[in-house]
Every structure is written in structure tokens, then in C-alpha cells.
Design a protein around this ligand. Structure first.
Ligand SMILES: CC(C)(COP(=O)(O)OP(=O)(O)OC[C@H]1O[C@@H](n2cnc3c(N)ncnc32)[C@H](O)[C@@H]1OP(=O)(O)O)[C@@H](O)C(=O)NCCC(=O)NCCS
Length: 155
């Protein structure tokens, strides 16, 4: 039997990390790949918390970096579920960079990452349904369902 529904706020995570010289090019611009790795890590934690299973990334939507991130910036990744299928979960990650000296905050990019929960034999495993708590969350899930249908149509 499928597990009891869980709320978005039950699995939401926020992770912050200061960018170091080893994360950047010689001019101090943080590499996009560093941000993509942290997006995947934050989103995977959300998927594991919702499913309580091992999860694998099955799709990542295109990522556009709207403004640069520099060494010394505090980068915050806010990740939460936006859609849950039978075994798949779409997680939205919002990335914000803060200059800790001035307090100026910039939304640098957003991303959607889709995970599939796996059972002990590595097969896709059913996850708890997602329980919306407001009209806004219902709409968010409907948009996630549309995005997932588009991904499957493309693949
Ligand atoms: C993820 C994986 C187990 C899915 O296997 P599969 O044979 O396609 O399994 P299914 O057809 O049962 O699909 C499982 C779920 O994935 C979803 N899915 C499959 N392909 C997808 C795609 N391209 N985009 C989004 N979701 C996809 C399906 O819709 C299904 O979701 P649902 O149960 O919520 O409806 C398999 O593709 C895999 O192991 N991929 C490699 C994952 C990995 O190693 N990631 C890290 C890469 S570095």
C-alpha cells in the first residue's frame, strides 16, 4: 500500500555555503559546475527526505545563470518539492548569492531536478503522494505535472 501523503514543508531544505578560491576561476568568478553540484545535493536531500529511499537524478532542466557569483559570496540553496509522480519527484531549487560585507542579495538562478526513488534491488519505488496545503501549492504542483509531461514527451 502507498504511504501516507507528506507536505512540501516536511522535506524542504536550505543550505548555505561560502564560495572559496578553489570554487572559482583566477578572476574570482565561481564555476557554474560548482553551483550545479550544490543544486543537485540540496535537491537530492529533499527527495530522500520525502521518499526515505535512495534516489537517482533522472533529469535536470536547463540552467541559466542570471548574474555572477564571486569568491566570498554566501550562496543559499532553497530546495522544495514541486511535483511528485508514482516513483519520481521534481524538486525546485532557488539560488541566491549574498555579499556578506554589504548584505546585497541576488537571485542568481533556479533549477528543476527530477529524482527517482529506488528500492533495495535498484528498481523504481513508489513514493508518498504530495499533500498541497494551499491554492498556491496546488498550482505549483499542476505546473510541475505539466513540466514532467513535457520532459517525458521530449525523451
Ligand atoms: C531513473 C531510472 C531508474 C528510471 O528507469 P526507467 O526504466 O525509466 O523506469 P520507469 O520507466 O519505471 O520510470 C521511473 C520514473 O522515472 C520517470 N522518468 C523516466 N524517464 C524520465 C525522464 N527522462 N525525465 C523525467 N522523468 C523520467 C518516469 O516518468 C517514472 O516516474 P513515475 O513513476 O513518477 O511516473 C533509470 O533511467 C536510471 O537508472 N537512470 C540513471 C540514473 C542515474 O544514474 N543518475 C545519475 C546520473 S550521473
Amino acid at each position: 500500500m502507498r504511504e501516507r501523503a507528506k507536505r512540501m514543508r516536511d522535506s524542504r531544505v536550505t543550505i548555505s555555503q561560502v564560495m572559496l578560491p578553489s570554487d572559482a576561476n583566477p578572476q574570482g568568478n565561481v564555476h557554474g559546475g560548482i553551483i550545479m553540484k550544490l543544486v543537485d545535493e540540496a535537491a537530492a536531500i529533499v527527495a530522500v527526505r520525502h521518499s526515505r529511499c535512495n534516489v537517482v537524478t533522472v533529469a535536470v532542466d536547463s540552467m541559466t545563470f542570471l548574474s555572477p557569483i564571486y569568491v566570498g559570496n554566501l550562496v543559499t540553496f532553497t530546495a522544495s518539492l514541486s511535483y511528485v509522480g508514482r516513483t519520481s519527484m521534481e524538486v525546485e531549487v532557488l539560488v541566491q548569492a549574498e555579499d556578506p560585507m554589504t548584505g546585497e542579495k541576488t537571485h542568481t538562478n533556479s533549477a528543476y531536478v527530477v529524482y527517482v526513488a529506488l528500492d533495495e534491488s535498484g528498481q523504481p519505488h513508489e513514493v508518498p503522494p504530495l499533500l498541497p496545503e494551499s491554492d498556491e501549492e496546488r498550482e505549483r504542483m499542476a505546473r510541475g505535472k505539466e513540466r514532467q509531461a513535457e520532459r517525458l514527451a521530449r525523451s
